[in-house]
Design a protein around this ligand. Structure first.
Ligand SMILES: [Mn+2]
Length: 320
């Protein structure tokens, strides 16, 4: 059943002994929501604790600082930023059936909780947690502001993506009345890279292939390449590589070919405004968004490239 912020706030006041669940492979929004809500509920005199199926990346460990660990038998489960119970990862089997309240902002989602508060126009689920705290009349503090700000910054690419609204900025402004090191947080979230990641990027740029007057940039992430770097990077360092080729000025199509198995490759295509990435991937039974899409092609790397390149060239030639 769908409910609004007022009803969710009233419920959170009424019930007790909360277990707050984040989605697996956690990002700053789901963790920011969880630790902020935990702090808010504890301030409201409730028992509350957080759980996530996967470990928290070192760069986001600060979110857990200053939250009192409480030992109690949970009675009420709340999920935050979880669009589908499967996204709970290994916790789905244990708690997926028992979620009482889901707080989320994803446009496409499947219902799994008894009650759901969802606002697709919210840039981050943390916007909803902020509004819940206001409605519950629980004053924030530096720690809670840190968590909520992290969620807003993460899901908006540091307030750059088109999902950023005046409400996002309004909430961020309210949060900045508290004392927390937002410059340092943004450095950790958006600029800081491990040495291993930089070396990985260096090799990727060295091996990048260019076609059609440098309008196509292509990178091949073979298992051999990734294995060679695995010991010197965190697992999260392999995320976000698909965006690299399109960062280069003049590149209209950025293509990443990632080896999944011996003769199986996953293709990610990022495109400029002029080209529909999804249309290209549909030719190989894939799909996605207009600017970012993907597909899987079987064969040797040479065969995969030979199948893909004519389609990429056709798409680029069409805009000339
Ligand atoms: Mn989110």
């Amino acid at each position: 059943m769908l409910i609004n912020v007022e009803r969710a706030a009233r419920m959170l006041r009424e019930y007790d002994d909360y277990l707050i669940l984040s989605h697996a492979n956690p990002d700053g929004d789901t963790l920011g929501c969880a630790y902020a809500l935990c702090g808010i509920l504890q301030k409201a005199g409730k028992n509350a604790k957080c759980r996530c199926a996967d470990e928290i990346a070192p760069r986001m460990k600060y979110l857990t600082d200053g939250i009192k660990p409480q030992e109690f038998e949970h009675k009420t489960i709340v999920s935050v930023d979880v669009a589908d119970r499967k996204l709970l990862g290994s916790l789905n089997e244990v708690y997926g059936d028992e979620v009482f309240l889901a707080i989320d902002h994803h446009r496409s989602r499947t219902e799994f909780a008894e009650f759901t508060l969802v606002e697709p126009d919210a840039a981050a689920a943390c916007e909803l947690i902020y509004e819940i705290a206001e409605t519950m009349n629980v004053p924030l503090d530096d720690k809670i502001a840190t968590c909520l700000y992290t969620g807003l910054a993460t899901d908006t690419g540091c307030f750059r993506f088109s999902n950023t609204t005046s409400r996002t900025h309004y909430i961020a402004a309210k949060l900045m009345e508290y004392n927390f090191p937002y410059e340092e947080l943004n450095y950790r979230l958006f600029d800081m890279k491990s040495k291993g990641r930089v070396r990985l990027e260096q090799e990727i740029f060295d091996k990048m292939e260019f076609y059609c007057d440098d309008k196509i940039a292509m990178v091949c992430l073979t298992q051999e390449l990734m294995d060679r770097h695995r010991d010197s990077v965190d697992s999260e360092d392999f995320n976000g590589l698909a965006g690299m080729p399109r960062k280069i000025e003049g590149v209209e199509l950025g293509v990443t070919i990632k080896q999944k198995e011996k003769d199986v490759f996953k293709i990610s295509v990022r495109s400029s405004e002029e080209i529909n990435a999804s249309e290209i991937c549909e030719k190989f039974d894939g799909g996605g968004h207009a600017r970012a899409a993907g597909c899987t092609i079987e064969g040797t790397l040479e065969e995969v490239k030979a199948a893909l390149l004519p389609e990429l060239k056709k798409a680029v030639e069409r805009i000339d």
